[in-house]
Ligand binder design. Structure first.
Ligand code: SAH
Length: 259
């Protein structure tokens, strides 16, 4: 048997309806699927009926299967002739280590293809009624990883940009990110939204001004996965998501509510 292939597939933000047609086709003809925690995993048995399904999901702080081991598995299955799909949450090239996996395949002589996905950086704010750009409100958006604390110079640049800031993997560093942006001169009343578990039944949005977001997130018990949106576009949510509106009203009506 000849060499198989690896297809890096963006699975979108969790709802199987947000897979691309190319993603669904790749899954339908896969022999092996290695999938992540944030990939649309519930529908996999139906979408990839002939495939062996391997869960390589990582939870924050836990690493059941390391990155090196994932790369080794991709290459090993492809070299024995399998059509391998590597299904990732969102887009494979947005904080997804997709290009590292592509490198590993190239090094091993395994053909690799990439199918882009709907990234949570844009889609999860949208689920809460927040557009990342809006005419005359924001003409740029920056997507930043909050996984590691941001450097002072990064915070200063971000604070000076004047558009929308979208933070992924930012829940645990939210206190230092919000404090850092305030120190760097961002207006304390800049609106912030934290959108948890986008596209699931448990989707929830917490709103506050930048100066109060740390406290509001604490009070709400905000947890990963969540997308943090910072900037004037957050006000647009009031026109959209009914659930988000209810949370906002709730936060405002509580004693000491900071939203
Ligand atoms: N490649 C992915 C991002 C991987 S980093 C993409 O393009 O979407 C993982 C982070 O994405 C999480 O910590 C969270 O910030 C965000 N995320 C992904 N899916 C999400 C969802 N359904 N709801 C909220 N946040 C999500």
């Amino acid at each position: 048997m000849g060499v198989g292939s690896v297809t890096l597939v963006g699975g979108g933000p969790g709802d199987p309806d947000l897979l691309t047609i190319a993603a669904a086709r790749a899954l339908a003809s896969a022999d092996v699927v290695l999938y992540d925690r944030l990939a649309p995993r519930d529908a996999l048995a139906e979408l990839a009926p002939h495939a062996e399904l391997i869960d390589v999901g990582k939870r924050p702080g836990h690493h059941p299967i390391g990155q090196g081991e994932i790369e080794r598995l991709l290459v090993e299955h492809a070299l024995r002739g399998a059509a391998v799909v590597r299904l990732k949450g969102g887009d494979p090239f947005v904080f997804g280590r997709g290009s590292e996996e592509a490198d590993a395949c190239h090094r091993a002589g395994v053909p690799v293809r990439v199918i882009p996905g709907v990234t949570s950086a844009i889609a999860v704010p949208a689920a809460a009624g927040i557009p990342v750009t809006h005419r005359e409100v924001s003409r740029l958006f920056t997507v930043v990883s909050g996984h590691a604390p941001l450097e002072r110079s990064e915070l200063e640049h971000l604070a000076g940009l004047g558009g929308t800031i979208v933070v992924l993997m930012g829940v645990s560093n939210l206190p230092s990110i919000s404090a850092g942006l305030l120190r760097a001169g961002m207006a304390p009343e800049t609106p912030v939204a934290v959108v948890e578990r986008g596209y699931s039944a448990g989707q929830r949005t917490t709103f506050a001004e930048l100066a109060q977001i740390r406290e509001a997130a604490d009070r709400a018990g905000v947890r990963s996965p969540a997308v943090i949106v910072i900037g004037e576009v957050v006000h647009r949510a009031r026109l959209g998501d009914a659930g988000a509106e209810a949370v906002l009203v709730d936060a405002v009506s509580r004693p000491g509510g900071g939203a």
